[in-house]
Structure formats: C-alpha cells, structure tokens
Design a protein around this ligand. Sequence first.
Ligand SMILES: *C/C=C(C)/C=C/C=C(C)/C=C/C1=C(C)CCCC1(C)C
Length: 241
Amino acid sequence: MEKILNLITAAPAMATDDYVGFTFFVGCMAMMAASAFFFLSMNSFDNKWRTSILVSGLITFIAAVHYWYMRDYWATNATSPTFFRYVDWVLTVPLMCVEFYLILKAAGATKAMMWRLIFLSVVMLVTGYFGEAVFTTGSGPALWGLISGIAYFVIVYDIWMGGAAKLAASAGGAVQSAHKTLCKFVLIGWAIYPIGYMAGTEGWYSGIFGGLPMDVIYNIGDAINKIGFGLVVYNLAVNSK
Ligand SMILES: *C/C=C(C)/C=C/C=C(C)/C=C/C1=C(C)CCCC1(C)C
C-alpha cells in the first residue's frame, strides 16, 4: 500500500499553466474511463459483437498506459514523448483497422483486406516517425510526411471506395451506417494528425501551423478518435442487439 501511495505522490507536480501537461493528464483519465466502460459493458452484448467491443477497450486501454508514461515524460522533460507516442499508435491504429474487418466480417470481409489496411497503417506511422524523429533536418520531415500522407490517402480510398465500402453497402442497415461513421472518423478525425505533425516539425509549411503545440493537437486527436471510434462500435452493438 505504501509503495502504491509513494508511486502516486511521487508524480511530479504540474504547473497550473502547463496546458500541454494538462491534456496529457486528462487524456490519461479519459482513456482509463473509456476502457472501464467498454470492458464492463462487453458481456451485455450478443457474442458476435463481443470481440469488437473488446478491441474498442483494448485500444483505449493501450492508450491509457501510454498516456500514463507520456504524462510523466512531459512532466519530467517538457519535451514531446515522440517514442511513446508512436509505439502507442503502432499498436492502436492497426487495431482500428481490425475493427473495420470485425464489423464487416459477417458481410464477407477477408483477412487479406484487414492485413492490407494494417500494412498501410504501419507504413503511414513508420514513415511519420522517420520525419518526426529521425530525418528531422532539411526537407526530411516534408518528404517523409508526404510518403506517410500517401499511405493515409490509400487507407481513406480503401474504406470509402474500395472493397470495404462495397461490403458495407451489401450489409446495409446498422452495419453500413456504422461503417460510414468510422469512415468519417478516418477522413476528418485522422486529418488532425498531419496538422499536429506540421505544427511540430520544420518544413515549407512551418509558417502555417508554427506555434501551435503539437502535443495538444495529437492529444485532442487521440481522444476524439480512440474513444469516438469505440463508441461507434458500441452503438452498432446496441442498435443491432
Ligand atoms: C489513436 C491514434 C491514431 C488514430 C493515430 C493516427 C495517426 C495518423 C493518421 C497519422 C498520420 C500522419 C500523416 C498522415 C502524415 C504526417 C505523419 C503522421 C504520422 C502524423
């Protein structure tokens, strides 16, 4: 017990004007609460939805753990926890691709479709990491950001107009409308991230977004996308119980 208390009280105090630190803190709480919500509600659904809700919970839970570390990293170093950030994304974004597969499985989604989305998402994130943490000078960030952006657009194309869209149309009803909402999250919600990237890296675009705090943008994006995505799936399970 004393060890636990020490752990909690040993957390560095946060300055009241540290609004970046504040968004890490609130983000951590929100992810924890969302995880409890998804995990606890899971068993009230029909078997066919349980895995989807479980994955929703895993996404927010993995994020909660990373936010715990990122919050601490920020409090200690006052610099971006880029490594933790990308480890979080490389685990959670592929799981979001799995969600597309899970809700369309009954309509005939294939594992090949799922792996294609997972592969594209990993390309998007690894190239993004290169631009943000490895090739950070000259035209490095712009170039790697562009490659990352291309992978992002292929994902958007696949789910809006590719095979996944056709399966959703054939499924119709609640599944089709949930798919459509998830597509909007990817098109609009995920577009928050390249804005954060442009705010936090050097390039021709620096004048446009320079000065905006990258971590606040990423943290807002994560809260909207991870919790929102999970709620869309939750809603689908409720509507087609
Ligand atoms: C829960 C975390 C999510 C949904 C993270 C999504 C991240 C992206 C969609 C990142 C995209 C990027 C680009 C499209 C270009 C610049 C580099 C990235 C990695 C920020």
